[in-house]
Design a binder for this molecule. Structure first.
Ligand SMILES: [Zn+2]
Length: 208
C-alpha cells in the first residue's frame, strides 16, 4: 500500500493510544493523489485499521474506490467534504473525541472559544505576540449533514484563525496541508485543551 492510507493508519494508531479515538470513535481523511479523498469507513476500530477500512470519495460524496464492498463512509463524511470545499489547501482532516475537547467546549460563548495565548499557537500558524485566537464552536445537531452545512456556511464567511473547529460535547476537527501537518496540528490543539483544563483545575486566572 503506497498511498495516503498508510499515514492515516499511523495517525489513527497514535490517537487511539492517547485515548482520543477510543473504540470506533473519530474519523480521518486525506486527499488522494488519484483524486478525491480517502476517509475511514464507518464503525471500524481506530487502533486496528488496515487498507480495507477506507473509502475514496469525491468532494460530493460519490464513491470512487471501495476496497471492501461492505464498507460505508464515516457518518461524519459531510464535515470532511465541507472543509475540503472551503479550504483547497487542506490535505488531511482529523476528527478526534478527547475528554479535554469536550470539557473545554463548555467554556465557549457565542459560538467561540478563546484559546490561551500559548507558545503552541505558533505551530498552528499564529506568530504574533499574545494572539487573540477564537476557535469556532458548533452545536452538535443529531443529523450530521446539518452540522456540516453550518460549518461550510460559517467557515466560507469567516475562516478560523487556526485550522480547527470544535463541536460542542463531541470533539475537535483539525486540518493541515498534509497528513503530517494535520497530525502536528491535532497534537498542538489537544495540548492547548489539556492546558486549559489543568489551568482551571489549578485555579489559574487569565488563561482563557
Ligand atoms: Zn465525531
Amino acid at each position: 500500500m503506497a498511498d495516503e492510507r498508510k499515514a492515516l493508519i499511523a495517525a489513527a494508531c497514535h490517537f487511539y493510544q492517547r485515548g482520543w479515538m477510543v473504540g470506533t470513535a473519530g474519523n480521518l481523511s486525506a486527499r488522494s493523489a488519484n483524486g478525491g479523498f480517502w476517509i475511514t469507513a464507518s464503525g471500524r476500530h481506530k487502533g486496528e485499521l488496515d487498507e480495507l477500512d477506507f473509502i475514496r470519495l469525491d468532494l460530493d460524496g460519490m464513491v470512487l474506490e471501495a476496497p471492501d464492498v461492505a464498507a460505508r463512509p464515516s457518518a461524519e463524511t459531510s464535515i470532511h467534504q465541507a472543509i475540503y470545499r472551503c479550504f483547497p489547501e487542506a490535505g488531511a482532516i482529523y476528527h478526534v473525541h478527547s475528554v479535554e475537547a469536550n470539557v473545554v467546549s463548555h467554556w465557549a460563548a457565542d459560538g467561540r472559544l478563546r484559546l490561551p495565548a500559548l507558545e503552541m499557537l505558533k505551530g498552528l500558524g499564529r506568530w504574533e505576540a499574545e494572539p487573540a485566537v477564537d476557535l469556532p464552536v458548533f452545536e452538535n445537531l443529531p443529523h450530521v449533514p446539518d452540522i456540516a452545512r453550518r460549518i461550510e456556511a460559517q467557515l466560507q464567511e469567516a475562516p478560523p484563525a487556526v485550522p480547527a473547529l470544535l463541536i460542542h460535547l463531541h470533539g475537535a476537527t483539525v486540518w493541515g496541508p498534509s497528513p503530517r501537518a494535520a497530525l502536528h496540528h491535532t497534537e498542538l490543539l489537544e495540548y492547548i485543551f489539556r492546558f486549559m483544563v489543568t489551568a482551571r483545575m489549578a485555579g489559574l486566572g487569565g488563561t482563557q
